[in-house]
Design a protein around this ligand. Structure first.
Ligand code: ADE
Length: 246
């Protein structure tokens, strides 16, 4: 069973997200064990102080190194977990990173707060430092949840077969194609004919084309990196030919 430990000053952040939907089911089915640990319980003094003012002055507080080092030592339990530090300075989190992390049997996620970690935490633990995007959140808790969700859904057996096939965006670095369900007409907007045709080959081709169209329009950077087939190039030419028409 894969083990995910989280070290945080705010364990309450995790209660809701870990007790709903896929993450709840993965735990119930014994596929993953997730344990959230309060960093404050590793503090050295009776006031449970985990932060202090920065040497050199300046605004904000810095997380003290010892509680984090002690917590990591205690959570290692003889194993060597892959240590992940969530900070805006980390390497960018991408689907490829989620695929890499799912290979580890034991992750220990460390959530930062305030102005961040004492630099010696990095020097001594050499963690895998990860950022979920170029914006600054108030702490690493939401990033840790994002990472857990993206990683755990990749574990075989967590999503049903049908679900795995369904969540296709980014598997080949294209955006997803548009989806429709009943009713056929909503405020005059109707479902594209091809989807009602029952012709699986035409539907497959339409979906691929719309995925290419969406990616070209919204994320041309992804299209640059995508592995495109002969058919994809044909479809892109068709899309180019349509521009300005209608
Ligand atoms: N902590 C604060 N902001 C963050 C971000 N964007 N990614 C990861 N950890 C963070």
């Amino acid at each position: 069973m894969r083990q995910y430990d989280v070290l945080t000053l705010f364990p309450g952040f995790f209660q809701g997200p870990l007790s709903e939907s896929i993450l709840k089911r993965a735990q119930q089915h014994g596929i993953v064990r997730i344990a959230v640990h309060d960093l404050r319980s590793y503090a050295h003094d009776r006031h449970a102080v985990v932060d202090d003012r920065p040497y050199g002055g300046g605004a904000g507080m810095v997380l003290k190194p010892e509680p984090i080092l002690d917590a990591v030592a205690s959570l290692r339990r003889g194993q060597e977990p892959h240590l992940v530090l969530l900070t805006p300075q980390g390497r960018p989190f991408k689907q490829a990173v989620a695929k890499e992390l799912v290979e580890h049997q034991h992750l220990l996620l460390i959530c930062g707060r305030y102005e961040g970690f004492d630099e010696r935490v990095r020097a001594l633990l050499t963690p895998d430092e990860i950022s979920i995007g170029d914006y600054v959140l108030t702490g690493g808790e939401l990033p840790a949840l994002v990472l857990l969700d993206a990683v755990i859904r990749l574990i075989p057996g967590v999503l049903g077969d049908e679900d795995s096939a369904r969540y296709d965006s980014f598997v080949d670095t294209l955006l997803d194609f548009p989806h429709y369900t009943r009713p056929q007409s909503v405020q005059g907007l109707i479902v594209p004919d091809v989807l009602l045709s029952g012709d699986h080959e035409r539907i497959r081709r339409w979906r691929r084309k719309e995925a290419l169209r969406a990616t070209k329009a919204r994320r041309p950077d992804l299209l640059q990196q995508a592995l495109l087939s002969e058919e994809d190039l044909e479809l892109l030419e068709e899309i180019d030919g349509e521009q300005g028409v209608g």
